[in-house]
Design a protein. Structure first.
Length: 249
DNA sequence: AACGCTAGCAACCGCCTTATG
DNA sequence: CCATAAGGCGGTTGCTAGCGT
């Protein structure tokens, strides 16, 4: 079953580090650098395996480790990079100076994943969850027969709220679903490729106004709609195919 | 006050990759 | 080129503090 755990041999210590152990490790590395992690514990007078020392140093003792609450900008970076890279925590950490892969992984698992779920976004794919956003469901959802049996007002309000949150977090690479109550039209699940960048969607003064094909025309016409952002002169083109954002700009 | 539950996080484990001889 | 050791990574575990009952 794989390699034996390195700490099982020689009666090495496991578990939480004591302040004395931290001190020894810190002092040694400050004076000599870590060199070979394998050899370090013996030289530093620690009853730990090298792996444990490396982890303690990189995740906690290293002087450039930034501790404390993640900023909004850091959260955004993590979400965006996770959308591109997946669970490549070390790669994500490389873009966040002072943050460790372990810290980011923990933060993702305990905070961000939960938040995305609450917003109806699948934290693995970074797309709207199938049960909430799937296009085939949406076609049914907005069919006139269905609408006559439910509150269109509720549907649009929900749509708008979800859209705003989703755009705010994922605009620059996202698939998004948009509705336009005023024109009586709703759009498909759409890809947005924004010239504005993610920051634009964090600004409360910018509102996306959507022109999209009428549902009756869905399936006949891969027509691209537009989003006009108030507070900005730019338009964003929309299209239907989530896996080919290159065609939109 | 005591207990149970939960969230947060430090640390471990095992696998994979890279370096070295 | 191969075998082995060491480093690195991501998933998971388990402890603890805080909160609600």
């Amino acid at each position: 079953m794989g390699r034996a755990p390195c700490c099982d041999k020689n009666g090495l210590r496991k578990g939480p580090w004591t302040p004395e152990e931290d001190q020894k490790l810190n002092d040694y590395i400050q004076r000599h650098g870590h060199g070979s992690w394998r050899a370090l514990p013996q030289h530093a007078g620690l009853l730990r395996c090298g792996k444990s020392c490396r982890l303690r140093w990189t995740n906690y003792l290293r002087p450039d480790v930034k501790r404390g609450k993640f900023s909004f900008a850091e959260e955004q970076t993590i979400i965006q990079l996770h959308g591109v890279l997946g669970n490549k925590w070390s790669a994500i950490a490389a873009q966040l100076p002072g943050r460790t892969d372990n810290e980011i992984k923990n933060y993702w698992n305990t905070h961000l994943k939960k938040r995305l779920r609450q917003m109806g976004i699948d934290p693995v794919t970074h797309r709207p969850r199938i049960d909430l956003f799937d296009f085939s469901n949406m076609t049914r959802f907005f069919a006139p027969a269905t609408l006559s049996h439910m509150s269109a007002h509720w549907a649009n309000a929900r749509l708008e709220a979800l859209t705003r949150e989703y755009l705010r977090l994922a605009a620059w690479r996202s698939a998004a679903m948009i509705g336009d109550q005023q024109n009586g039209t709703q759009a498909d699940t759409l890809i947005i490729r924004s010239k504005l960048g993610a920051d634009a969607f964090c600004r409360p003064d910018i509102n996306a106004h959507v022109t999209a094909p009428h549902p009756n025309n869905w399936g006949q016409n891969p027509e691209i709609g537009t989003v006009t952002c108030s507070g900005s002169d730019e338009q964003i083109m929309l299209g239907k195919h989530a896996d080919n954002s290159e065609q939109f700009q």
